[in-house]
Design a binder for this molecule. Structure first.
Ligand code: ZN
Length: 336
């Protein structure tokens, strides 16, 4: 058997292939289970020098594998269209080497996880199917509290089991499970009964951080949030805090960031306000600590949460929130 001849014949076949499908056919012919190489291997015992023949066969196999791989990367940009024979160009050319990338939300979550880990925070996760107790009751939102109307819920088993409507449910679990002092951050998917359109979805993402220690004040909260915004948006970013109402904190504040586009003078991005709302925060309500068995006369803490979707969309230039839950793998986000 002239292995050199086989190598040259196979190589010329590979070089004439025009599509990935052609190459796959050739690959099976040569390297498949019933392919040429395996047939040659099965003939090894009939050779005068089986050892040297085996070595040559292995070399042949390696050479052909390389030739196939090289050709595959050069035809990667052309894919045969199933309906016409016209070549179709696809954006992510070398699909043999890169089959996917991290989800933009995952990239944002990891960025924040790294930031908070550097500040000495631990990262927590919690269940997405939650009880009424941890989603509302322990967060100072008893049944019939009007603020529950703001979170139209999706129930698994009404009225006790639901898909969590806020990552504060992880806070409730954390307070019940850990002994202070602690500082913890957590990302999470949350679910609300919302109409799905370009800017709203029934699934969205939040990021939250909680600190419980002795003598924690609003100053600590402002310092931590300012640092976070400066890390995310640059050292020149300006934040302000307005008093707001959230049942699980007292006092509650809403951080706003000066619009990164118009720097406060008003533009379409900030809807003329000059400022962009960045989430909710505050000093943890004594009742919330009490419900978790933490003495509010000894311990105090702050919590803040913000939505990740809009921030991620702005950063990656995504115009439609549904893109985040869609299955279009050809979509490639910009690098951070
Ligand atoms: Zn603006």
């Amino acid at each position: 058997m002239d292995l050199k001849k086989i190598l040259n014949q196979s190589k010329s076949k590979i070089s004439q292939a025009k599509t990935q499908a052609d190459l796959e056919k050739i690959r099976i012919e040569i390297l498949g289970r019933n392919g040429l190489i395996n047939k040659l291997f099965s003939d090894i015992k009939n050779q005068s020098d089986p050892k040297s023949y085996g070595q040559q066969l292995n070399q042949l196999k390696t050479d052909l594998e390389i030739a196939l791989k090289q050709k595959l990367s050069s035809v990667g940009a052309i894919q045969e269209s199933p309906t016409s024979k016209k070549p179709l160009s696809i954006t992510n050319a070398n699909i043999t080497q890169k089959v996917g990338h991290l989800h933009p939300i995952t990239i944002t979550e990891r960025l924040l996880n790294n930031l908070f880990t550097d500040l000495g925070f631990s990262i927590y996760h919690g269940p997405e199917i939650e009880t009424d107790e941890y989603c509302f009751e322990r967060l100072n939102l008893p049944k019939d509290h009007p603020a529950r109307d703001l979170q139209d819920s999706i129930y698994i088993d009404e009225p006790e089991i639901l898909l969590r409507t806020q990552t504060s449910s992880i806070e409730a679990r954390l307070l019940a499970a850990e002994k202070p002092p602690f500082r913890v951050a957590f990302p999470g998917k949350v679910y609300r009964n919302e109409k799905v359109n370009k800017s709203n979805h029934f699934i969205f993402h939040q990021y939250q951080a909680v600190v419980v220690d002795k003598n924690v004040t609003l100053k600590d909260l402002f310092g931590t949030m300012d640092l976070m915004f400066k890390k995310l948006y640059g050292s020149k970013s300006v934040t302000r805090y307005r008093v707001k109402y959230y049942p699980e904190v007292e006092p509650g504040v809403g951080p706003d960031m000066q619009c990164f586009s118009c720097h406060g003078s008003g533009c379409p991005i900030c809807k003329g306000a000059g400022w962009i709302e960045m989430g909710g925060a505050g000093i943890i309500h004594p009742t919330v600590l009490q419900k978790a068995g933490i003495d509010p006369t000894v311990w105090s803490g702050f919590a803040f949460g913000m939505g990740l979707d809009r921030w991620t969309m702005a950063k990656f230039n995504i115009k439609d929130i549904r893109t985040l839950t869609g299955g279009n793998i050809a979509y490639t986000p910009h690098k951070l």
